[in-house]
Design a protein around this ligand. Structure first.
Ligand code: IVH
Length: 676
């Protein structure tokens, strides 16, 4: 009962939809709007609903996923899917190239360089221009028939129409999970309280091996094809580069990053380029593949075992590895935060051994469902601290333990608190030794009291020896105390003593910052001192008064008020004041302060006897001047310390006035520049 015009219309709609699909999913350049596409699809769906016998497996309506299967059938690949030999450095790539050159008796050859997509290999078989079957790589000889799942990938053409098409042919490519879609999927899972997937590659494999194709259809899988497998008859190019161009014309999605290279240097450059740029790609890339272009040469070079001699994978240094999470330990940060971290079975990632990784905080551990004893994916990219990305749930034995934050501080044994609404747990015992060691490190650091020579080792030694129990104890240290410490020479002791003495000249903002109050950075400390003029006034300021200061919100104000509410903290500051630290901005607060150096730029070179470089620069700024790092026409004075650098010579050449340290101190005291 079917009339010819109905059949014709169905054919027409399918053809148009295939074409628009190709424009959209393969070429990424649609020529009709989404609404127009939906209208065509709607019409075809309606016709197929009225005439179910017209539905064919290659109809564009069939991409939504067929009914679930019982299992996967095994398919034998007509030609085995090969793997690739790996190389890891330029010399190894060179050796591969030399070997090919030798076997080709020094005939020159071109290469095609491709980004190696980190997904899973599939083979797509077409007969009479129709997508017949798709299989996973399996062991290279036999794979699984995942045709209904592959049909849901929109960039795989269901029909191909092109002059000179082989009667039957096979195309190979890499199915992958786009990174953007992967992050979206994981955000959704985390929001639902489900553990996130470990990485896009395994998720792509899992999605493709779903027995229910509707699940596959809901995942944004994509494919880049990278080779023509076998082909019966037809008219195909005799080199890989042109074969890829031909596949693209036929409707397959090929990688635009592919490049024809004539020399080994070009291939090396290609590697460097994609090593730099791989993070910007929307797919995981684990290296590049270099292939001899000529198919005749490929044949001549042949295959050893499973690896062709005509191609090689040049791998990027790994950034992720899987290893065992042995323990979750907790250390105590400067402001008392309990920081959980992972102790791992040592694993080499990109050339470095990784034994520890951060776990951020308790919520993050639970969100990712990371358990002690899990196999976990660890990532180390660039200079950042290694991170535990996710557990490998499939490798669980049931013996894994969920993590619980300890109820007591691992360093001092006092109870810890987790403020409502915060992700962090804190030890609030101000005399907790772990917390104190970090606080002391902060106190002596450059932006704070700037006590040069007091590094981590010395700070810990002073704490261990019981010489420093609270911050103010730094100013009770004597030269004799220092000399009792191991490996402390007279000269070092003298230097440290003068650094401690010099730190007493640090401005009040540095003192406030040095206290290590939670949320109070240097800028905040400066704003506070500018407003109040005197640290003592900040101690007794109400939360409202604090919030009134520009840049200070309720969170910071509350933290400051809470800090000074504690008797121990107030006493600590008093002791520091008693030791001679500056709490008072010498001149009046706010605008009224004198600025004798206003508009003057000073540059410091060499070592000053009485203060460090940054102390000198701070003093210049406090008096309204600016501190430069190079001599320019704007430089008003060059302050010359001991062992001056090349700046002195430059200043002489440019006629910049010079100041000795004495003259500089006089300028700071009086605000009047001496006549040079
Ligand atoms: S060519 C004989 N090209 O890497 C040639 N493979 O380690 C075999 N792969 O199983 C493959 N991107 O899954 C080739 N542009 C590319 C590739 C690529 C990813 C995968 C493929 C293969 C594995 C070999």
């Amino acid at each position: 009962m079917l009339d010819a015009s109905l059949l014709q219309r169905v054919e027409q709609l399918r053809k148009e939809l295939h074409y628009h699909n190709y424009r959209y999913y393969v070429l990424d350049s649609p020529v009709i709007s989404d609404a127009q596409y939906d209208a065509l699809m709607g019409e075809l769906l309606a016709l197929e609903a009225q005439h179910p016998d017209l539905v064919t497996p290659d109809s564009p309506t069939q991409r939504v996923g067929a009914a679930p299967a019982e299992g996967f059938a095994e398919v034998e690949h007509p030609l085995p899917l090969l793997s690739l030999a790996n190389v890891f450095n330029p010399d190894q790539l060179h050796a591969w190239y030399r070997r090919a050159q030798e076997l080709l008796e020094d005939r020159p050859f071109d290469m095609v360089c491709e980004v190696k997509v980190d997904g899973l290999a599939v083979a797509l078989t077409y007969a009479d221009g129709r997508f017949l079957r798709g299989a996973t790589r399996g062991d290279g000889v036999r794979g699984e028939d995942v045709t209904p799942n592959l049909r849901t990938i929109r960039s795989i053409p269901l029909v191909v129409d092109s002059p000179g098409l082989p009667a039957q042919f096979e195309v190979r490519g890499e199915v992958y999970f786009p990174k953007s879609g992967f992050h979206k999927l994981n955000e959704g899972r985390i929001a639902q309280g489900e553990p996130p997937y470990a990485n896009p590659r395994n998720t792509a494999a899992g999605s493709l091996r779903q027995l229910d194709p509707r699940i596959t259809a809901s995942r944004p899988l994509d494919i880049y094809v990278y080779a023509l497998g076998y082909a019966e008859g037809g008219d195909m190019p005799d080199n890989h580069w042109n074969a890829m161009a031909r596949l693209r014309e036929m409707g397959f999605r090929t990688n635009p990053a592919n490049q024809l290279c004539h020399t080994l240097e070009e291939a090396q450059d290609y590697f460097q380029r994609w090593l730099q740029e791989k993070e910007r790609l929307d797919y995981g890339a684990d290296g590049i593949v270099v292939k001899v272009n000529s198919l005749a040469y490929q044949q001549h070079l042949g295959v050893v075992g499973r690896e062709p001699r005509w191609a090689v994978a040049y791998k990027f240094p790994a950034t992720q590895q899987v290893t065992r999470l042995l323990r979750i330990s907790v250390n105590v940060g400067r402001t008392g935060t309990l920081n959980p971290y992972a102790e791992l079975e040592p694993v080499n990632i990109g050339g470095a051994t990784v034994k520890m990784a951060t776990l951020h905080n308790e919520d993050d551990i639970h969100r990712k469902d990371i358990r002690v004893g899990d196999w976990v994916v660890v990532e180390r990219a660039g200079e950042v601290i290694p991170q535990v990305v996710a557990p490998v749930v499939a490798r669980r034995t049931g013996q894994e333990q969920e993590f619980r934050m300890p109820g007591r501080c691992p360093a001092c044994g006092e109870p810890v608190v987790r403020p409502p609404g915060e992700a962090a747990t804190y030890c609030i015992n101000a005399s907790c030794p772990a917390q104190f060691a970090r606080l002391l490190m902060h106190f002596v650091s450059k932006g704070a009291m700037d006590i040069e020579g007091m590094g981590e080792k010395l700070a810990l030694a002073l704490i261990d020896a019981g010489l420093v129990k609270e911050l103010a104890d730094v100013y009770s240290i004597t030269r004799e105390h220092l000399l009792t410490l191991e490996r402390m020479g007279e000269k070092s002791a003298d230097n440290i003593m003068s650094a401690i003495a010099a730190s007493k000249a640090r401005p009040p903002a540095s003192v406030l910052y040095a206290l290590g109050i939670r949320h109070v950075g240097y800028e905040t400390a400066q704003s506070l001192v500018r407003r109040f003029g005197d640290l003592q006034k900040i101690v007794s300021a109400s939360q409202d008064a604090l919030e009134d200061v520009p840049g200070i919100g309720p969170k910071i104000a509350e933290s400051i008020a809470a800090y000074f509410q504690r008797e121990a903290n107030r006493r600590g500051l008093e002791r520091l004041v008693h030791a001679g630290l500056r709490t008072l901005e010498e001149s009046a607060p706010q605008e009224a302060r004198a600025a004798p150096l206003a508009g003057l730029q000073l540059v410091v070179t060499g070592r000053l006897k009485g203060m460090s470089r940054s102390q000198a620069e701070d003093r210049i700024k406090e008096l309204g001047g600016s501190a430069g790092s190079a001599i320019t026409r704007k430089t008003a004075f060059l302050v010359v310390g001991e062992d001056p650098g090349s700046k002195l010579e430059q200043a002489r050449q440019q006629g910049t006035p010079l100041l000795s340290e004495e003259q500089f101190l006089q300028l700071l005291r009086t605000g009047v520049a001496p006549i040079p």
